[in-house]
Design a binder for this molecule. Structure first.
Ligand SMILES: Nc1ncnc2c1ncn2[C@@H]1O[C@H](COP(=O)(O)OP(=O)(O)O)[C@@H](O)[C@H]1O
Ligand SMILES: [Mg+2]
Length: 350
């Protein structure tokens, strides 16, 4: 198994603007790493540099500690699937999947066996004789995946593998990629702009904004321990309360809190955040509560989402996700108290 290390990687296309800037990251052996970020943030550029389709302007790329920069793309053992990797329209599925083996001079019998095994893996057994135009979009994607994997690469690179599929196919393909990756244990780096996709598929997420790495870690870090307000927002964070930290205590316009998180924020101005699903609605008047008033609510089947105005006119309303049944018991306009559990409060720089 292969560990991929990027060190101080940079790339500019026109010499001035940097598409990727000083990016350092390790993609661990046998795990799925997601490169996540908005469109244009440099994800594909990173992937193409790893694949050998683009030379870095600066920095190093290593597989298991050895630089791969001197090694041409076809010998690196990293295959890239999906973007700009359409199937050959005149070849049948077997020839498409076996293409990489044929180029390597593998004998026909072995090719036939390996192609059959790959089609089994992507759940298209017996599809050898079909042509690409006789396949659905989802089936074509699976053939492309089989074609990438047939050469037994060390590293699998997937560029937005789910973005061209409709919702139903997307889930199916996502589950297939996950199960194949777990079966083969291949180090996988995939690119996506969709945080939900990254959270479901990845062991590790690397979040990139404007060519710069913002945060690396397991998916839960981005919900529970975002390093900045933009990161929290990208992951659906909506509740931000400015405050001032004095030792263990944080004073805000809506009350004082003693968060129990291990936050490394120094004393001074901070931004307190808490996810809507972690705030609890309580009967009015209890101590140690944030007092507010229900502005509006939306019933969403599995839960109800409330907007609560606090006593501070400058504070934007806090959002709370609560039990769906509460919509019958809590009316818009009524006073309400909020409990912010100390272990769910997180502090960021302001
Ligand atoms: N061949 C190219 N020439 C010039 N600029 C490019 C080229 N490819 C990408 N870019 C620019 O580099 C930035 C990053 O692009 P890209 O890596 O494709 O982003 P992403 O995959 O995250 O959408 C974008 O601003 C894009 O316009
Ligand atoms: Mg891209």
């Amino acid at each position: 198994m292969t560990e991929v290390t990027l060190t101080h990687l940079s790339k500019s296309y026109d010499g001035r603007y940097r598409a990727v800037s000083d990016l350092s990251l390790t993609a661990p052996c046998g795990k799925i790493t997601a490169l996540l970020g908005p469109s244009g943030c440099g994800k594909t550029t990173v992937l193409r540099m790893i694949a050998g389709l683009l030379a870095p302007g600066d920095g190093e790329i290593a597989f298991d500690g050895h630089s791969i920069l001197p090694i041409p793309a076809e010998k690196r053992g990293a295959v890239m699937a999906f973007q700009n990797h359409m199937l050959f329209p005149t070849m049948n599925v077997a020839d498409n999947v076996g293409f990489g083996l044929k180029m390597r001079g593998v004998d026909k019998n072995t090719i036939r066996q390996r192609v059959a095994a790959m089609l089994e893996l992507v759940k298209l057994p017996g599809f050898e004789k079909r042509r690409p135009n006789e396949l659905s979009g989802g089936q074509q994607q699976r053939v492309a995946l089989a074609r990438a994997l047939v050469v037994e690469p060390k590293v699998l690179l997937l560029d937005e593998p789910l973005s061209n599929l409709d919702a139903h196919l997307r889930n199916e393909m996502r589950d297939l990629i996950f199960s194949i990756q777990r079966q083969l244990g291949i180090t996988t780096i995939f690119v996506t702009h969709d945080q939900e996709e990254a959270v479901i598929l990845a062991d590790q997420i690397a979040l990139i904004f404007g060519g710069e790495l913002q945060q690396v870690g397991p998916p839960e870090d981005f919900y529970e321990r975002p390093l900045s307000i933009p990161i929290a927002r990208f992951f659906g964070g909506v509740n931000f309360i400015p405050g001032h930290k004095w030792g263990a205590q944080v004073e805000t316009a809506v009350g004082a809190f003693i968060p129990s998180c291990r936050s490394s924020q120094p004393d001074g101005p901070v931004m307190l955040t808490i996810r809507p699903e972690n705030i609890r609605l309580c009967a009015n008047g209890e101590e140690d509560r944030v007092n507010g008033r229900v502005l509006s609510h939306i019933y969403a089947g599995t839960h109800t989402r409330f907007k609560i105005a606090t006593s501070d006119p400058d504070q934007s309303p806090l959002e709370v996700i609560a039990d769906a049944s509460l919509q019958h018991r809590i009316c818009d306009g009524s006073p309400i108290s909020l409990h912010l559990p100390p272990d769910k409060i997180w502090l960021m720089p302001r």
